[in-house]
Design a protein around this ligand. Structure first.
Ligand code: AMP
Length: 294
C-alpha cells in the first residue's frame, strides 16, 4: 500500500489505479465498521483507495475535534493488511490551503436532526467529500449505513450536481450487545458503555412496533421512548424518509421506505444509530383493517 500526503500526488496515483476504483473515506481511529467498508470495496472494486482525514470543517466549536481519537500508525497497518492499494492522509493545510474559500451547502436536508444539533456539520461533510471525490476520481464511494443522514446528504448533492461517484451503503457493524461500532465509543465510561446498547434497543422497539402492524409515527416513537432509561438521555427518536430525512407521519401511506433514527446522550458523548422499518408489514396490517371495515 502506498501512503501519500499531498492532493496532487494522490490524484496522480489514483489515476493510475485499475478500474473500477473504490473509495473509502474515513476519519481514522479505525474499527470493524470501517473495515467492512474496505471489504465491500475490495469485493466490487478492482482497486481500493482509502482516506484518513479528521475534517475540522465538520466539527462545531463545542464538538470534539481536538480530542477526536487519532491512531495513524495502527490505521495504516490495518488498511494495508485489508488490501487497500492507496492511502491518502493529508494534513489540514493540504486540504484547506490559504485561499481555499468554497463550500457546499446541501440545503434543507442538512438542517434536520444531526444538522439541527450540529449546525454546519453537513456543509463540512459535503465540502470535504466533494474535494476527496475530485482528488480520487473514483467510480464508487463506500459509506456506512450508521450515518444514514450523511449518506442522504451526499446523495442529494451528487444528484443535484449530476456527478459521481456512485454511493454504496454498507450495513452497520455492531458489537455483540447491539451497540453500533463508532470511533467515539472509546469516550464512554464503563457505566456509560453498559447503558449504550439502550439506543439500539429503542430503535428495535420501534421496528418491533412496525412488525406488529403499527404505522403511526407518534406511536412508533413512543414504543422506542419506552426503552430509553437513565443514564441514557434521548436527543431524538423519529421515523423518517431515508432519502429526504423528512418526518413520515404514517408509514403505511408513505410510499416505499422509512427508517427509525435515534440519538442519545451518555454523559457528554452522543451516540447515533438507525434501523430499517418493515413498511410492508404496516401496509399489510393497514390492508387488514380496511378489509375488516369492508
Ligand atoms: P468516520 O471515520 O466515523 O467518519 O466513518 C467513516 C465511514 O465509516 C463512514 O462512512 C461511516 O458511516 C462508516 N462507519 C462508521 N461506523 C460504522 C459502523 N459501525 N458500521 C458501518 N460503517 C460505519
Amino acid at each position: 500500500m502506498q501512503t501519500l500526503r499531498t492532493a496532487a500526488e494522490a490524484a496522480q496515483a489514483a489515476r493510475r489505479l485499475a478500474r473500477p476504483l473504490a473509495l473509502v473515506p474515513t476519519m481514522g481511529a479505525l474499527h470493524p465498521g470501517h473495515l467492512a467498508l474496505v471489504a465491500s470495496a475490495r469485493r466490487d472494486g478492482a482497486a481500493v483507495m482509502a482516506t484518513i482525514f479528521v475534517n475540522p470543517l465538520q466539527f462545531g466549536p463545542t464538538d470534539d475535534f481536538a480530542r477526536y481519537p487519532r491512531a495513524f500508525a495502527d490505521d495504516e497497518r490495518q488498511l494495508a493488511a485489508a488490501g487497500v492499494d492507496l492511502l491518502f492522509a493529508p494534513g489540514v493545510e493540504e486540504m484547506y490551503p490559504a485561499g481555499f474559500d468554497s463550500s457546499i451547502d446541501p440545503g434543507a436536508i442538512a438542517t434536520r436532526y444531526e444538522g439541527a444539533i450540529r449546525p454546519g456539520h453537513f456543509r463540512g461533510v459535503a465540502t470535504v467529500c466533494m474535494k476527496l471525490f475530485g482528488i480520487a476520481g473514483a467510480d464508487r464511494a463506500y459509506f456506512g449505513a450508521k450515518d444514514a443522514q450523511q449518506v442522504a446528504v451526499l446523495q442529494q448533492v451528487l444528484r443535484d450536481f449530476a456527478i459521481g461517484p456512485e454511493i454504496v451503503v454498507v450495513p452497520t457493524v455492531r458489537e455483540d450487545d447491539g451497540l453500533a461500532r463508532s470511533s467515539r465509543n472509546v469516550y464512554l465510561t464503563p457505566a456509560e458503555r453498559a447503558a449504550a446498547p439502550g439506543l439500539y434497543h429503542a430503535l428495535q422497539g420501534m421496528a418491533d412496533a412496525v412488525e406488529r402492524g403499527e404505522s403511526n409515527r407518534d406511536r412508533i416513537v413512543a414504543a422506542g421512548r419506552a426503552r430509553i432509561h437513565t443514564p441514557l438521555r434521548e436527543a431524538y427518536l423519529d421515523v423518517v424518509d431515508p432519502v429526504t430525512f423528512e418526518l413520515v407521519p404514517d408509514i403505511a401511506t408513505a410510499g416505499s421506505a422509512a427508517i427509525a433514527i435515534g440519538s442519545g446522550w451518555l454523559g457528554s458523548t452522543r451516540l447515533i444509530d438507525n434501523v430499517p422499518l418493515n413498511v410492508a408489514a404496516a401496509v399489510a396490517h393497514d390492508g387488514i383493517h380496511e378489509s375488516v371495515a369492508g
